[in-house]
Design a protein around this ligand. Structure first.
Ligand code: BGC
Length: 736
C-alpha cells in the first residue's frame, strides 16, 4: 500500500492509527490538503455511481467516492487503483443505500418505527453495518429523517412517520448502530441523515414536489431529528430535491451554513442527492449546470452525487473568481476528515471472503425476526379470533403469502429473495396449510381463481389472507392518489368473508393504506409494513400466538386518501371537534343554506382518522391507572415525574408501548393539539402489574416561539399517559 503523505508525519501516525482522534486528523487533513492540486481537490468532491468502469478517472484523482458497488473484489480493485495509482493515494469512500439491512433485510423504516423500540433499531443498523462493511461499503445513505404526514407519498416507507420525537429517537438509534463505538473500526459505517429538509412535505404527496414550510415549522417539526442526529455524531448529511419556500435545499446557504454548520456545529460532510445540484436548472433556480455548481458549493455542499458539474466547472469557476479556493478547501477538508475518521487510510481493503461469512448470520436473522415481530400492528381482533389456537387446518390465500421478493420492501437492493422466509413457508411448520393464492400479485384484477379459494376454504377451519403492496409500489417516485388495496384484493377478502369461516387479513405494505372497507370483511387484521427477510416467521408466530403483537402506528391511518395530510399533532384550530358531526346522509334533502356544525371535518369521512397515531392492539388487554404527576406547578430547570400503574389484564404475556403526550394550552403562537414526549416498552406477564415512571425535564417543553426563540413559555399544560394518541385522561400542570 502506498500512502505517500503518511511518511511525512510518520511518528505521529504510528500512535494515532488505532483510533484516530480529531486533533491528529485535523493535522493530517491539513498536511494532505497542502499537497493537493486544485484538480485533485475537485476530484475528491465528485461521487460517481459505479466502480471499475471509472478506473482511469480514479487513477487521475477525479473521483472521491463511488456508490452502488457491493462486490468486495471490485471494491478492493477500485481501492487499489486509488491507493496505488493515483498521485496521492487517497482511498475511495464507498457508499450504498443500506436502508433497512444489507443482506439480512429488516422491516422497512416505517415498520422499524412501529416497534417504538430504539434498541432493536440500533441493533438492526449495527447488523446492517457489519454485513455491508464486510463488502467494503463504509457509508450508507440512511437514516431518512423526513417527517411524513401524507401516505400518498411513496417514501413514507423509508422514514419514521409523522412525529418529530419518534423520528429523532429512531434516527439517533440508527446513527449509533451504523457508526458503532469507534469510527475507525472496519465494521463502522458513516451514516447520512437525509433529506435535508422538508422533502416529506411534498405538496399533495407528489414526490419531488414543492413545499411551503415556515421557519418556525422547520424548527419545531422538520429540524429536530436532524439536530438530534448531528448531536449524536452523524458523519454526513444529504440535501433534498425539493424547494422550501422557493429555495431548493441544495442551494440554500441558510440551511447548510447558518443552521447546520453554525447553529448546530456540524463538522461532517454534506452531499447532494442524486443530481440535485443539476436539478436546480430544472427548478429554474440556476441558469445551467455551471451556475448550479457555483450555487451549491457556495451554499455549503461538499460533494456532488451524479451531476458531474463539480468535475466540469469548479476549476473555471475558481479561475473566474466565482468560487474561492478557500471554499473548495473547506469542502475538501470535510471529505478528507471523514475518510480519516473512518480509518480508510489505514484500512482501505477488505478481506474478500468476509462478506459471505457474515451475511445472514443466525443472530442477524434472529434480530430481523424479532424486529418484524415487534413491528406488526394488530389493527382489529373481533372476538379474539387471533391467535389461531386449537386450529389445525388453515387456508392461506392472497398475493403476498408467498412473495419472497415483495416482502423485502423498497430499497432492498442487496437482500436476496432466496433467503427470505415467506408466511406460507413459516405457517406450514405450524399448521396443515391449504394454499390457494387466488391472485398472482397485488395489482392483479383477475378473479377467475377466487372459486378455487372459496372451495378450499370449506376444508379449512380459518382463512388467512395476505394482501398489500408489491415492493415496487412504495419508495421513491411511487406516489399514489388513492390508497385502497390494489387490484381485486378487497374483493378477495369479501369473497373469503362469504365462506363464513373466521377471516384473518394480513396487510404487507409500504405505507398506511385505506383499509376501512376491508375491516368490515374480516375478523382480525394484522398490519405489517414490508417485514423483510424473516417476515414470514414473525407473522406465523404472531398468527399462532407464539408471539404477541406490540407494534404501534407511527402514522395516522386514514379512512380515505382525501383526508391527507392528516396527523395527530396538528396545530389547534379555532373550530375543534365539539363532538357533533353532520355527515352527508344526515343532511336533509333540499336543506337550506346553512353551515353544518362549523368545525374542522369532512362531510363524508367525519372528524377523526381511521386509527390514531400510536394505536395498536394486543392479544391481551392493558389497563392504565393511577396516573400522577409529582407536582402541579413546576419551575424551569425542574423535572416532571409522571407515575402510572400498568396492568396486563388479559391472558397473554405481552409488551405495551406506553406513551406520554403533552399539550401546551396557550402559546405565543398556536401549539399542537398533542405532542409525544416519551415512550416506553413495558413487558408484563399475564395478570402482572407494574408501577412505572417517566421523567420529563421541563426544558423538554421548549419550542420555537413567536420571537423565534427556543423557550419554555410559562403557562398551563396538560399531560396524558396512554396506549395511543387519542386515549387517556388529561392531567393539568403549570409551568411558572
Ligand atoms: C434518493 C436518495 C438516495 C440516492 C442514492 C436518490 O434518488 O433520493 O435517498 O440515497 O438516490 O441512491
Amino acid at each position: 500500500m502506498r500512502i505517500k503523505h503518511l511518511l511525512v508525519l510518520g511518528a505521529l501516525f504510528a500512535i494515532s492509527c488505532a483510533a484516530p482522534v480529531d486533533n491528529d486528523i485535523d493535522l493530517r487533513v491539513e498536511e494532505l490538503l497542502q499537497q493537493m492540486t486544485l484538480e485533485e481537490k475537485i476530484g475528491q468532491m465528485n461521487q460517481v455511481s459505479g466502480g471499475l468502469q471509472f478506473k482511469d478517472e480514479i487513477a487521475k484523482s477525479n473521483v472521491g467516492s463511488i456508490l452502488n458497488v457491493v462486490d468486495p473484489v471490485e471494491i478492493n480493485a477500485v481501492q487499489r487503483v486509488a491507493v496505488e495509482e493515483s498521485r496521492l493515494g487517497i482511498p475511495i469512500l464507498v457508499s450504498r443505500d443500506v436502508i433497512h439491512g444489507f443482506r439480512t433485510i429488516f422491516p422497512i423504516p416505517i415498520g422499524l418505527a412501529s416497534t417504538f423500540n430504539t434498541d432493536i433499531v440500533e441493533q438492526g443498523a449495527r447488523i446492517a453495518a457489519i454485513e455491508a462493511t464486510a463488502s467494503g461499503v463504509r457509508w450508507t445513505f440512511s437514516p431518512m429523517l423526513d417527517i411524513a404526514r401524507d401516505p400518498r407519498w411513496g417514501r413514507v416507507a423509508e422514514g419514521s412517520g409523522e412525529d418529530p420525537y419518534l423520528d429523532s429517537q429512531m434516527g439517533v438509534a440508527m446513527v449509533k448502530g451504523y457508526q458503532g463505538e469507534d469510527l475507525s473500526d472496519p465494521t463502522c459505517m458513516a451514516a447520512c441523515i437525509k433529506h435535508f429538509v422538508g422533502y416529506g412535505a411534498a405538496e399533495g404527496g407528489r414526490d419531488y414536489n414543492t413545499t411551503m414550510i415556515s421557519e418556525r415549522a422547520l424548527r419545531n417539526v422538520y429540524f429536530p431529528a436532524f439536530k438530534a442526529c448531528v448531536e449524536a455524531g452523524a458523519l454526513t448529511l444529504m440535501t433534498s430535491f425539493n424547494d422550501v419556500d422557493g429555495l431548493p435545499s441544495t442551494g440554500n446557504d441558510w440551511l447548510l451554513r447558518d443552521i447546520l454548520r453554525e447553529e448546530w456545529g456540524f463538522d461532517g460532510m454534506v452531499v447532494t442527492d442524486w443530481n440535485s445540484s443539476g436539478e436546480m436548472v430544472a427548478h429554474g433556480f440556476a441558469e445551467d449546470l455551471k451556475d448550479a455548481t457555483r450555487i451549491s458549493i457556495n451554499a455549503g455542499v461538499d460533494m456532488d452525487m451524479m451531476s458531474f458539474g463539480y468535475l466540469q466547472y469548479v476549476k473555471a469557476l475558481v479561475e473566474e473568481g466565482k468560487l474561492s479556493e478557500a471554499t473548495i478547501d473547506n469542502a475538501v477538508r470535510n471529505i478528507l476528515r471523514l475518510k480519516f475518521r473512518l480509518g480508510l487510510f489505514e484500512n482501505p481493503y477488505v478481506d474478500e471472503s468476509l462478506a459471505r461469512q457474515v451475511a445472514y448470520a443466525p443472530e442477524h436473522l434472529a434480530a430481523a425476526k424479532q424486529a418484524a415481530v415487534e413491528s406488526a400492528i394488530l389493527i382489529q381482533n373481533n372476538n379474539n379470533v387471533l391467535p389461531l389456537k386449537d386450529v389445525k387446518t388453515i387456508l392461506v390465500t392472497g398475493p403476498l403469502a408467498d412473495a419472497p421478493y415483495e416482502q423485502l420492501g423498497t430499497w432492498a437492493f442487496d437482500g436476496e429473495a432466496e433467503h427470505t422466509v415467506t408466511p406460507l413457508t413459516a405457517l406450514r411448520k405450524q399448521y396443515d396449510v391449504i394454499y390457494e393464492p387466488a391472485l398472482d400479485y397485488s395489482r392483479d384484477c383477475d378473479m377467475s381463481k377466487f372459486g378455487a379459494a372459496f372451495e378450499a376454504a370449506k376444508r379449512a377451519e380459518a382463512v388467512v389472507v395476505f394482501v398489500g403492496e408489491e415492493a415496487i409500489l412504495s419508495g421513491e417516485a411511487h406516489s399514489l392518489s388513492q390508497l385502497n388495496l390494489q387490484g381485486a384484493q378487497s374483493e378477495l377478502i369479501a369473497k373469503m368473508r362469504s365462506t363464513g369461516k373466521p377471516v384473518v387479513v394480513v396487510v404487507i405494505a409500504g405505507r398506511p393504506m385505506t383499509i376501512e372497507r376491508d375491516l368490515e370483511n374480516c375478523d382480525a387484521m394484522l398490519y405489517s409494513f414490508h417485514p423483510g427477510t424473516m417476515g414470514g416467521e414473525a407473522l406465523a408466530d404472531l398468527i399462532s400466538g407464539r408471539a404477541v403483537p406490540s407494534g404501534k402506528l407511527p402514522m395516522t391511518f386514514l379512512r380515505d386518501a382525501g383526508q391527507a395530510p392528516f396527523y395527530y399533532n396538528h396545530p389547534m384550530t379555532g373550530r375543534p371537534n365539539n363532538g357533533t358531526e353532520t355527515l352527508l346522509n344526515d343532511i336533509p334533502v333540499r336543506a337550506g343554506q346553512t353551515s353544518l356544525g362549523c368545525t374542522s371535518y369532512y362531510l363524508d369521512t367525519g372528524y377523526g382518522p381511521l386509527f390514531p397515531f400510536g394505536y395498536g392492539l394486543s392479544y391481551t388487554t392493558f389497563e392504565y391507572s393511577n396516573v400522577t404527576i409529582d407536582k402541579v406547578e413546576y419551575a424551569e430547570g425542574e423535572t416532571i415525574v409522571v407515575e402510572y400503574d400498568l396492568k396486563n389484564s388479559g391472558e397473554y404475556d405481552a409488551t405495551e408501548v406506553a406513551q406520554l403526550y403533552v399539550r401546551d394550552l396557550v402559546g405565543s403562537v398556536v401549539r399542537p393539539v398533542k405532542e409525544l414526549k416519551r415512550f416506553e416498552r413495558v413487558t408484563l406477564k399475564a395478570g402482572e402489574s407494574k408501577h412505572c415512571r417517566f421523567e420529563l425535564p421541563v426544558a423538554d417543553l421548549a419550542y420555537w416561539n413567536r420571537d423565534m426563540e427556543y423557550v419554555v413559555e410559562a403557562g398551563k399544560f396538560q399531560l396524558w399517559v396512554a396506549g395511543d394518541s387519542a386515549s387517556g385522561s388529561a392531567l393539568d400542570f403549570v409551568v411558572k
